[in-house]
Each structure stands twice: as structure tokens, then as C-alpha cells.
Design a protein around this ligand. Sequence first.
Ligand code: SIN
Length: 325
Amino acid sequence: MSDSAQPRRIVILGTGGTIAGRATRAGDNVGYTAGQVPVSDLVAGLPAWEGQAVDVEQVAQINSKDMTLPVWQALVARLVAHLQRPEVAGIVVTHGTDTLEETAWLLQSVLKPGKPVVLTCAMRPATAVAPDGPQNLSDALAVVQAPGARGVSVVCGGQVHLARDVAKVHPYRLQPFSSGEAGPLGVVEEGLLRRFRDWPPAVPAPVDAVAAARFVALGSLARVVWVTSHADADGALIDALRLQAQHAPELACRGIVVSGTGNGSLHQRLQAALQRARDEGMAVVLATRCPEGPVVPWSGQPFADLDGLSPAKARLELAWRLAEA
Ligand code: SIN
């Protein structure tokens, strides 16, 4: 393919979040409503995007704390449609920060895109005196156009994270994400990506359209509950879930992700209840409540972990796998 035949068009899909937030008082960085400003307005007039061939689409307009399966399905469907267009080089998705790590993991796990899908966001609303959204959107353009870019990444505060590692670790600061001990993929400096690590695995195609079609066809995700072990924990909640499964099968919880203390240790009362739940057919997955590092396998480990995923990502992955099973 000659240089001039390289795909150049970028698609921006809006889903809401603080980046599209509006406050009644300029300068209020916390008392605003997320998901108000159309994504077309967010990108209009940004110097980095001037002259760029771009298609802009509003897929949703929500606070990401309220994410649902239908919104994810709409996003996956639009991503597949655009990624399959030969002229499209990559896609930028605007999203709230609060559940961004879950959406990023879902998109990587389902789509494994061979083209770049870059999620970006903001910690201050669009009406802030000094909003961070415009810079993040400009940096997202640098990442989506970086040579060899593929897979799902997250751009915020000048840092670029991979879907597998990214987690929101701060409720306020402009760099709220961390990739933990894996470290970020890279940083964006003056419109250029400086990369420290390789891009994530991808299918040898723009997107895994078969897996995406299966996801879009789901009537629901399996109900999976996330609980945490802690000092003085007990098994009452788990036993209540077991009772509910017996008396209201349509509401039955099919899986439990438990964040253990340290290397996945569990209070003995909670562990006993989880074993009762597993004996009755619920899937139980172990994770750690430590913010960094996976559970290191140990002899006598009562439940398996899910590829070292964080509890939030393990919950989603299990909900999808069980829905498909
Ligand atoms: C949201 O997640 O939609 C609101 C919070 C944010 O974007 O920072």
C-alpha cells in the first residue's frame, strides 16, 4: 500500500463522562453533571484535530457509573462497523473515568482490535476554567495515529495505559490512572507518543467480528457479585445469595469474585460460605484487594484466580464467560 493509500480517517465515538460534563458555575470541578456536552462540540476547534478527516458519533451520553450492557453492546457494534472500514485508521472513544477500566478491558477482551481503539476522558468538566478534556483529546489523536498502534489503550493526563493494567487510583487528580507495577505503555509529549512497552495482542484483522457478534447478541450478562474479605468478615451475604438462588432462580447469582486480603487469603467464615456456594454450582473466582500485583498461586488456594485480573475486570470477564456458557 503506498503512503497515500494508508487509512487516515479517525472516528470519534462519544459516550459521556466528565469530559462532557457541565457545571452551573464555571470553575466548579466537582459539582457538575456528567454526560451533557455533545462529543461533536468537544472536538470542534481543537487545533490538533484541524484538517483531520474525522467522523463523529454520539453512541451514548451517560455518567459511566451507570454503564449497562445495552450501552456496551451499542459501543461494540459501532466499533466493529467502523473498524472494518478500510479508510479508518483507528477510533477514539470519549468515556467517563469511573468505569473506564472495565470498558477498556471489555473492548480488549472481546474485540482484540488490530487497529487502535483509544479511550479518553477528563477529570474536570467541559465548563471548567481549565478543562483537561481538550488536551486529552489532542493526546488521543497522537496515540491513535502512532505507527503500529493497535489494541485498546487509555489516554489521560499525558499518560497512556493498556486495558489490562489500567486502574483508576485517585478520585480527583488529573492523572487518576495507574498501570501498577506493569507501568504505562508510554507518554504523550507535544503530540508524539513515547512508548515504553509493546502494544497488546491483536487478531490478524481489524477486529474479532465473530466474538463481537456473540457479545452484541447477548440478552444479559450473567449475574456476578463482587465481595471483599476484611477483618471480622462473615458469610451472611453469600448465604443470602444461596437462599435467593434456591427461591428465585431467575435472579440467581451465577458467580462471585472475592477480593482477598494480601495474596488472596480469606476470612475463614467467608471462605466456608463461598465453599458452600461453589458446592451448589456458583463459580467463585479469587482476586486480591491489594491495588498492585496478581495473586501468586499457593498450595491449598481455595479458588482459582482469573489470569491475574483485577477484581473489577475479573467480575466483568466472568459475567461474560458465564453468559456465553
Ligand atoms: C463518569 O465516570 O462518567 C464521571 C466521572 C468522570 O468521568 O471522571
